[in-house]
Design a protein. Structure first.
Length: 395
């Protein structure tokens, strides 16, 4: 009896060993097929990845799993038992369709995936059939580009740098174009570097732009093209953010030219063609600060620049002739820009303000004893002359 039991145990062991031997499974289940049709798949970061696998024919008892990688370091991605939060079967069990979907794909999900049929072994499950593998490439769309300009405003004629940057894209290849309004601006190829935290990349592109007064209403656009995008990403920078146009300053007097004593003169400071539209205006009389003038609000011109007038009123006293009235304009915390007007005062014309010298002559005589004495002496001299003339004539 003991010999019979030993023989039966030995027979079972031999059968198990034969079942686990290479090639025996295929002979035992000749109609079994495992189909993993996708050799490669490209998926965008954040999207859902679908991996196809179907079984047909009869096969041994054992699980079907999806694994990532091969050899001893492979990783189980999905099996019927266990929890895999991002992975689910496309078709509910029971079914011979073991297609799975992986949601919210990340760059770390890139790799080669295998659909594997196992069969029960003596100790552990043994690989019975393995698919050819699906190589998964994960691409990442670039972030919305960011355009940065100079830290300080520049004046017309200066050439200043602008930088466009984007990050977290994959694969590495990326194209950048710059447009000023609708005109292409030449730029160097973008500088591309790998991200430290994952398998993506970041890039920066810099362009030099020479500013002009008319750029108050100009736009600079960065266009980023990547294979993951159906249309380029665009980011626009308004050049007025980087531009400072200094004002021109002049002082005009009304009335112009020399004025008579005690007349009123308006000195107007014309501040023109500046941007941004905030200035501070002050007045000096011969270097001494005056009371504030009467200022208008800055008005925008058709070119997008600003202008304003500031007026100070002066009484033209004789002592003020030759006085200098200076308008000081401060724009964007820069050094003041000035304009100066000079007051010219003249004496009044003859005949004006002399009404006391025009009137009845008798009033003048009565009020002037010196005139009476002069008249009497004149008459006495005339009488003496006439007396001597008559004396000569008469015998």
């Amino acid at each position: 009896m003991t010999l019979v039991l030993k023989a039966m145990a030995l027979t079972c062991l031999v059968l198990l060993l034969l079942q686990n031997a290479p090639g025996v499974g295929a002979q035992m289940y000749p109609d079994f097929k495992l189909q993993q049709p996708q050799s490669s798949v490209v998926v965008i970061k954040g999207d859902t990845l679908t991996l196809n696998c179907t079984l047909s024919g009869s096969g041994p008892v054992g699980a079907v799993k999806w694994v990532k990688g091969s050899g001893s370091d492979n990783q189980t991605v999905y099996e019927q038992k266990g929890s895999f939060p991002r992975v689910m079967r496309a078709v509910s069990a029971p079914s011979n369709d073991f297609t799975i979907r992986i949601s919210n794909v990340s760059l770390e999900d890139a790799g080669t995936y295998y659909c594997v049929k196992f069969r029960k072994g003596i100790v552990d499950d043994v690989v019975f059939r393995k698919g050819g593998g699906t190589e998964v490439s994960v691409h990442a769309r670039p972030s919305v580009p960011v355009v940065s300009g100079p830290s300080h405003r520049a004046v017309p004629g200066q050439s200043v740098p602008f930088t466009c940057s984007a990050k977290e894209f994959s694969p590495r290849d990326i194209k950048v174009k710059w447009l000023k309004n609708s005109t292409l601006v030449r730029a160097e190829p973008p500088h591309i570097t790998p991200e430290l935290s994952n398998s993506s990349y970041r890039m920066s592109s810099t362009v030099q732009v020479k500013l002009s007064e008319d750029d108050v209403r100009s736009e600079l656009t960065c266009k980023v093209q990547h294979r993951t995008l159906a249309a380029p990403l665009r980011k626009t920078y308004a050049l007025h953010q980087a531009l400072r146009v200094p004002p021109s300053v002049s002082v005009v007097a009304a009335p112009s030219g020399a004025v008579e004593v005690n007349k009123t003169v308006n000195f107007t400071c014309r501040v023109q063609g500046f941007y941004p539209g905030a200035v501070t205006v002050s007045w000096l009389e011969n270097g001494t600060v005056m009371n504030a003038g009467s200022s208008t609000q800055p008005t925008e011109t058709s070119r997008g620049l600003f202008e304003l007038n500031d007026t100070v009123t002066v009484q033209a006293g004789e002592e003020k002739s030759g006085s200098r009235f200076t308008c000081l304009v401060v724009h964007e915390d820069q050094e003041p820009i000035s304009g100066t007007g000079i007051l010219r005062v003249t004496a009044p014309a003859l005949g004006e303000n002399n009404e006391g010298l025009i009137g009845d002559s008798s009033d003048i005589l009565l009020s002037s004893p010196g005139l009476w004495l002069g008249l009497l002496l004149d008459k006495a001299l005339l009488a003496v002359i006439l007396f001597f003339l008559f004396k000569r004539i008469l015998p």
